[in-house]
Every structure is written in structure tokens, then in C-alpha cells.
Design a protein around this ligand. Structure first.
Ligand SMILES: O=P(O)(O)OC[C@H]1O[C@H](OP(=O)(O)OP(=O)(O)O)[C@H](O)[C@@H]1O
Ligand code: HPA
Length: 187
């Protein structure tokens, strides 16, 4: 599906494909510079981070392992419940590893806040975050994000991994969802 096929469900394209690609490349360059000579473990947070993880990993020159966690903090709607559950844990022991969490979005920040303290308790050598998107107006808890793609307005977004009710993840761009679809204003 491309930008011309925007259905009535989507309000607009917020970040087109070429800007996503350029930003991912830029993030990979920063990560390469910082992790040169280190044994890097990328931890992708399912399912939203699948696209950024796959593209970022391919842009990196630093050899990296990949592992995945699935956590749930959203129900079927657009608001974080703040209650995080592990649906799938890491297969890897991260003790003394250099861990980089790869996320699609920091919205309220509750998911990452919980994840960081969970992973920190496993004593990695280092723990940093790479997030493609952040909504500064929605953040309810400060998150130290070392590698950030874009700050975006406080609107519900879909595409490039991000879903609404499991739809739209395979859009190659990030777009805003029309309020009539979810019956809200994105806040
Ligand atoms: O900053 P927060 O308000 O906590 O929101 C961010 C989290 O919400 C989304 O995950 P979701 O639970 O919807 O699962 P998904 O990745 O499978 O879509 C997103 O992928 C982040 O993990
Ligand atoms: O804006 C969003 N879109 C999709 N999933 C999300 N999870 C948190 N915020 C969002």
C-alpha cells in the first residue's frame, strides 16, 4: 500500500517513506560510532518495533545480535493502561551485554519505563534506548532516549509497525489516523 492509497481511515501522511529511511540511516551511523568494537545486542519490542528493528539492523555496520520481547500495555484502544505484562521474554541472558532497546514509539513512556527497570535488574553492561517516534506532549514519565528519530504531535499514528487494532502496520510511512476511526482526539 502506498501514500496514494490513503483510505478514509487515515487523515494524513506524517512521515513519508524517504524521511524514515534517511532517519534510520542517521540513527545507524550514530549507533555505529558509539558501539564500535563492542558486542551489541539489539532488543526489539514486539510487535511495533519490527520495521525499525529490521531496517536499523541492516543499516548497521557493527555486528549485532537480535532478540525480542513482547510486552503489553495497551488493550484494544489508544490509551496505555500503564499495566505492563511480559508476553514473551528474551531468549538471551543479558548479564554484562551491551543492550540497545529498539522501540517504535514513546507515547506515555510507561512501557519503556517499566522495560528499562526490568532489563536493568538483569545487570547488562549498558542499556540504552533507540526509539523512532516520541510524543513530547503525551509523556507521563521521563525516558532517557539516546537515539531518537522524530518528535511528533500528540496524535494517534499508524504505519511502519504501528497499529490500530492490529491494522495498518504494513504501511511504509507513518500517518495519522482519522479520529472517526477510533473515536478520539489522540490524547
Ligand atoms: O509509551 P507508551 O504509552 O507505553 O506506548 C508505547 C508502547 O505502545 C505500543 O505497544 P503496544 O502495547 O500497542 O503493542 P504493539 O507494539 O504490539 O502494537 C508501542 O509499540 C510501545 O511499545
Ligand atoms: O500513536 C500510537 N499509534 C499506535 N500505537 C501506539 N502505541 C502508543 N502510541 C501509539
Amino acid at each position: 500500500m502506498d501514500e496514494k492509497d490513503l483510505g478514509a481511515d487515515l487523515a494524513k501522511v506524517l512521515i513519508p517513506e524517504d524521511r524514515l529511511r534517511a532517519k534510520v540511516r542517521e540513527l545507524a551511523e550514530q549507533i555505529d560510532a558509539d558501539y564500535a568494537g563492542r558486542d551489541l545486542l539489539l532488543v526489539g519490542v514486539l510487535k511495533g518495533a519490527v520495521m525499525i528493528m529490521a531496517d536499523l539492523a541492516r543499516e548497521l555496520h557493527t555486528p549485532a545480535s537480535m532478540d525480542w520481547m513482547a510486552v503489553s500495555s495497551y488493550g484494544s484502544g489508544t490509551k496505555s493502561s500503564g499495566v505492563v505484562r511480559i508476553l514473551k521474554d528474551l531468549d538471551t541472558d543479558i548479564l554484562d551485554r551491551h543492550v540497545l532497546i529498539v522501540e517504535d514509539i514513546i507515547d506515555s513512556g510507561l512501557t519503556l519505563s517499566w522495560l528499562v527497570s526490568n532489563l536493568r535488574s538483569r545487570n547488562p553492561a549498558s542499556l540504552e534506548i533507540c526509539a523512532l517516534l516520541r510524543k513530547p506532549e503525551a509523556v507521563r514519565t521521563e525516558i532517557e532516549c539516546r537515539y531518537l528519530g522524530f518528535d511528533i504531535p500528540n496524535e494517534f499514528v499508524v504505519g511502519y509497525g504501528l497499529d490500530y487494532a492490529e491494522r495498518y502496520r504494513n504501511l511504509p510511512f507513518v500517518g495519522t489516523l482519522a479520529p472517526h476511526v477510533y473515536g478520539g482526539d489522540g490524547s
